[in-house]
Ligand binder design. Structure first.
Ligand code: CMP
Length: 138
């Protein structure tokens, strides 16, 4: 089915100046970008976005990092967008990511891993709604 997923180009990748390369790759792989904006998350916004991880030991570091600079948030649309975007990103830890994936190419470690993607239809719905309203999706 045609799905939508939330993608983020994280602050490390934006800072490195590779957001253009990542966006090109997204388009080359057949995703339609139906929403896109650059935002600088506050700590509170980052905590709300990642609330499912609030009990995890990496929650503080993760939300500090995500609020450390501008990020690009996008809604991607495609047949099987959720699974295919996760495949294009590669494993969460860049050290485990396969050749040809974005995290292999642009990630440095498990915190600075360049990109984010929703992991299931329910999380995609929450994550898209967290950053976008209906009129911003075109
Ligand atoms: P992301 O897909 O954005 O979702 C949560 C993030 O937490 C993850 O990418 C990683 O960057 C970060 N993280 C840090 N440590 C871990 C860990 N041990 N397991 C999973 N995610 C982690």
């Amino acid at each position: 089915a045609v799905e939508r997923t939330l993608a983020i180009i994280k602050p490390d990748a934006v800072k490195m100046g590779v957001s253009g390369k990542i966006i090109q790759r997204i388009e080359d792989e057949g995703f339609k970008i139906v929403g896109m904006k650059k935002i600088w998350m506050s700590k509170e916004v980052a905590k709300g976005f990642y609330y499912v991880h609030k009990e995890k030991p990496f929650f503080e570091a993760l939300t500090d990092f995500m609020s450390s600079g501008p990020a690009i948030v996008m809604v991607l649309e495609k047949e099987n967008a959720i699974k295919d975007w996760r495949k294009l990103m590669g494993a969460t830890n860049p050290a485990d990511a396969e050749e040809g994936t974005l995290r292999k190419e642009f990630g440095r470690n498990i915190d600075n891993n360049a990109v984010h993607g929703s992991d299931a239809p329910e999380t995609a719905a929450f994550e898209i709604g967290y950053f976008f309203s209906q009129i911003e999706l075109v």
